[in-house]
Design a protein around this ligand. Structure first.
Ligand code: ADP
Length: 379
């Protein structure tokens, strides 16, 4: 082989090696979700890797690699941050690193968060950069998670504030209410001979409304107290249910209610609170029963791998599909107080308790046939 042939052969081998390295490099870049650019200022040439263009939603041929392109795509508010950092990087001759997070407009219109690190690889004799390379990483997912976490934190703290407010308000409202109730009662008793019938009726309304308001305020106060003594332990829902049915004994007897209970599995939970859930659901099943039908309430549970799903089923008046979610909101009632007594707090109470346990509560119903309330407790 002549010397020239040997050189050609070596050149071929070198080119093949280079191509191989380039393929490897591109694979690595793609697998890290990064992109890079190489800006040769002296030769007025800029290269953007296809992976970089992809970050903004473009195919390689769709985007021209140039400083104007990224300045068009970047959020204009973030532009000064980039220039300031670049300035500091150049003035410190590369000692102050250039690494900044900035936002770009994706082709589809959404926001892309990019973490960019830049390095000046060539300088001229005047201390100006002549070649700059940079790597860019898409950090949108991380940023979105951080933003969601910050939002959740903000909501939690606002929630706590609101809870505190509701607690203080309902606590402080009780005192003047007690005074109103006690004086109207005194008045109806002591002035009963001097008041005419109209005044007596008005007084009766005032007493009724005050008692009702007192019930609402008490309900609100109880609601804010849920989970104050947060002591989760192994509890036996069968025993809890027994006690609840004992408490409701006369109501159940008066209404001739039939109760069918399956054996329930033990759970980890807050005893008083779970008791209150059963109390609310069973009382409602009785309250919203049909006038001339024997109320039948079925209570049971299905044990799954991760949760225990309880149900309380009745054959009562039922609930229209459109209201199945609304009934869990505080003070939301589907009937007025003359039809069915109540405060509209019971189910909100249940929801708060079940969510405190990390579970879910919902209702299914067929109007005029009955309703089933389900709740889950993590096993
Ligand atoms: P309250 O019973 O004090 O009004 P709840 O929060 O317990 O408040 O219930 C909200 C509403 O949901 C009730 O006003 C009622 O309209 C409806 N509801 C609850 N339980 C049942 C049930 N078992 N059957 C039919 N409707 C029900």
């Amino acid at each position: 082989m002549s010397e020239v042939d040997q050189l050609i052969q070596e050149n071929k081998e070198l080119k093949a090696k280079l191509r191989d390295k380039e393929i490897l490099f591109n694979h690595i870049v793609e697998s890290t979700f990064s992109g890079y650019f190489d800006w040769n200022i002296k030769e007025k040439k800029e290269y953007w890797s296809p992976t970089l263009k992809k970050m903004f939603g473009y195919e390689n041929h769709e985007l021209y690699s140039s400083p104007i392109t990224w300045q068009r795509l970047i959020y204009q508010e973030d532009l000064p941050i980039v220039f300031d950092q670049m300035d500091a990087h150049i003035k410190s001759r590369g000692k102050i690193p250039f690494d900044c997070k900035m936002r770009f407009h994706h082709k589809q219109g959404f926001r892309v968060w990019i973490f960019c690190q830049v390095k000046i690889v060539e300088w001229n004799e005047l201390g100006r950069p002549t070649r700059i390379v940079g790597s860019l990483t898409d950090i949108t997912d991380i940023k979105n998670i951080q933003e969601t976490e910050a939002y959740v934190e903000q909501l939690e703290s606002r929630n706590k504030e609101l809870q505190q407010f509701a607690y203080v308000a309902s606590h402080d409202l009780q005192e003047p209410l007690r005074t109103i109730i006690s004086f109207t009662e005194h008045m109806s008793e002591e002035y009963k001979d001097r008041l005419d019938e109209t005044a007596k009726t008005y007084l009766k309304y005032i007493t009724g409304a005050s008692h009702r308001m007192s019930e609402l305020v008490k309900g609100l106060l109880d609601y804010t107290r849920i989970g104050k003594n947060f002591k989760i332990k192994k509890i036996d829902p069968n025993k809890i249910l027994e006690a609840v049915l004992q408490d409701l004994h006369s109501l159940l007897e008066n209404k001739n209610v039939k109760i069918e209970i399956e054996k329930l599995p033990k759970i980890n939970g807050l005893e008083t609170e779970i008791r209150s859930v059963f109390m609310n659901l069973i009382s409602n099943a009785v309250k919203y029963s049909k006038k001339d039908v024997t109320p039948i309430i079925k209570i049971g549970a299905i044990k799954d791998v991760n949760v225990v799903k309880f149900f309380v089923e009745d054959n009562g008046i039922g609930i229209e599909k459109a209201y199945l979610k609304r009934i869990f909101l505080i003070f939301q009632r589907l009937h007025n107080k003359n039809e069915y007594e109540g405060t509209g707090i019971g189910l909100a109470h249940c929801q708060k308790i079940i969510e405190l346990h990390g579970g879910k509560i919902w209702a299914e119903s067929i109007p005029n046939l009955g309703s089933s309330f389900f709740f889950t407790i993590p096993a």
